[in-house]
Design a protein around this ligand. Structure first.
Ligand SMILES: Nc1ncnc2c1ncn2[C@@H]1O[C@H](COP(=O)(O)OP(=O)(O)OP(=O)(O)O)[C@@H](O)[C@H]1O
Length: 266
C-alpha cells in the first residue's frame, strides 16, 4: 500500500493541549501536526508525560484541545463524537477493563446492544463473529472475565472495540502486561486484522518488538510536538537525544537485530 497517496484518516493541525493547575499552566502539545493515512499503522512514541494518551483521547473526542483542529475521516472530531464515534473509531484502552458482571459475549456485544436498534439475536450473532475473529472459541462466549487469562481479556476488549466495524483502531499499549508468548500472539492477531480488514491503526507503545512488528510509520513526540515521522529505519537514524535513548540505548541491540532480520520492512 502506498500510504502517501491514500486518503487522510486523521488530520491534526496546530494542536495545543494545555492543563491548568493553581498558578501554573502546563503546555503538553504546542503546534503539533500529524496526518495518518488509510491503511497505515502509525506508532506514537515519546517520553513519559509527553501527551501520547492525551492525544489518543482527543482523537476519540473524550478531551478537547485548547486550540487547533483534529479531523477524523474528514470531519471535525466534535461532530464525529456526536454521530457515534464507536462506528468510526475502535479504541483498545491500556486498562480497558471488561464489565466483570457480564460474560465474554455480553462484553463484546455491549456497544451494539446500547444502540438499541438491532434485535438481540442479530446482536448476539454479530458478537459471535467478532469473538471468532479475535481467535476465541465459541465455548469462551459464556465465560466470565474473572476466568480469563490476560491475553484473552485483551482479545475480548479488541472484539468489543471492533463490534461496529470501525475503519480506524486506536491502541494504547496493546501488549503491556502480557507475557512474551501472549504478546507475540496478540501482535500476530493485530497484524492479520490490519491486513484482512484494511484497518487504519494508531498505536501508543513503549515495546520495541510490538513497534517493529506492526508499525508502517513511527511518529516521535518530543518538545511538545511531532519532531520526526517516517518508517522505522528512518526514524531510528534521526539525531535527537530521545530517539537515541529509546531506539539505540539499552534496547539498541534488539533494534539492530531486527534491522538485520527485516532489512526491507523496517
Ligand atoms: N486531565 C488532566 N489534567 C491535568 N493534567 C493532565 C490531565 N491529563 C493528562 N495530564 C498531564 O498531561 C501530561 C501528559 O499525559 P499523558 O498521559 O498523555 O502522557 P503519556 O505520554 O501518555 O505518558 P506515559 O508514557 O507515561 O503514559 C502528563 O503530565 C499528565 O499528568
Amino acid at each position: 500500500m502506498t500510504a502517501g497517496g491514500a486518503a487522510a484518516v486523521i488530520e491534526i493541525r496546530k494542536l495545543w493541549s494545555v492543563f491548568h493547575a493553581p498558578g501554573r499552566r502546563f503546555v503538553i502539545h504546542k503546534d503539533l501536526d500529524l496526518t495518518v493515512r488509510a491503511g497505515e499503522v502509525v506508532s506514537i512514541v515519546g517520553g513519559s508525560g509527553t501527551g501520547k494518551t492525551v492525544l489518543l483521547r482527543q482523537i476519540l473526542g473524550l478531551e478537547q484541545p485548547e486550540r487547533g483542529e483534529i479531523r477524523v475521516l474528514g470531519e471535525p472530531v466534535g461532530r464525529t463524537a456526536r454521530r457515534g464515534a464507536a462506528s468510526r473509531i475502535g479504541m483498545l484502552f491500556q486498562h480497558g477493563a471488561l464489565f466483570s458482571a457480564f460474560s465474554v459475549l455480553e462484553n463484546i456485544a455491549f456497544p451494539l446492544r446500547e444502540l438499541k436498534t438491532l434485535p438481540p439475536k442479530l446482536v448476539r450473532d454479530a458478537a459471535m463473529v467478532k469473538l471468532r475473529m479475535v481467535g476465541l472459541k465459541p465455548e469462551d462466549a459464556d465465560k466470565m472475565p474473572a476466568d480469563l487469562s490476560g491475553g484473552m481479556i485483551k482479545r475480548v476488549a479488541l472484539a468489543r472495540a471492533l463490534i461496529m466495524d470501525p475503519p480506524l483502531l486506536l491502541l494504547d499499549e496493546p501488549t503491556a502486561g502480557l507475557d512474551p508468548d501472549s504478546s507475540d500472539g496478540f501482535v500476530r492477531l493485530l497484524r492479520s486484522l490490519h491486513r484482512d480488514l484494511g484497518l487504519t491503526v494508531v498505536m501508543v507503545t513503549h515495546d520495541l518488538d510490538t513497534l517493529y512488528e506492526l508499525s508502517t510509520r513511527i511518529a516521535v513526540l518530543a518538545e511538545q510536538r511531532v519532531i520526526v515521522t517516517g518508517p522505522p529505519r528512518e526514524v531510528i537514524a534521526f539525531q535527537h537525544p530521545f530517539v537515541h535513548d529509546f531506539f539505540l540505548g539499552e534496547r539498541g541491540q534488539r533494534a539492530m537485530e531486527l534491522l538485520r532480520e527485516y532489512p526491507f520492512t523496517i
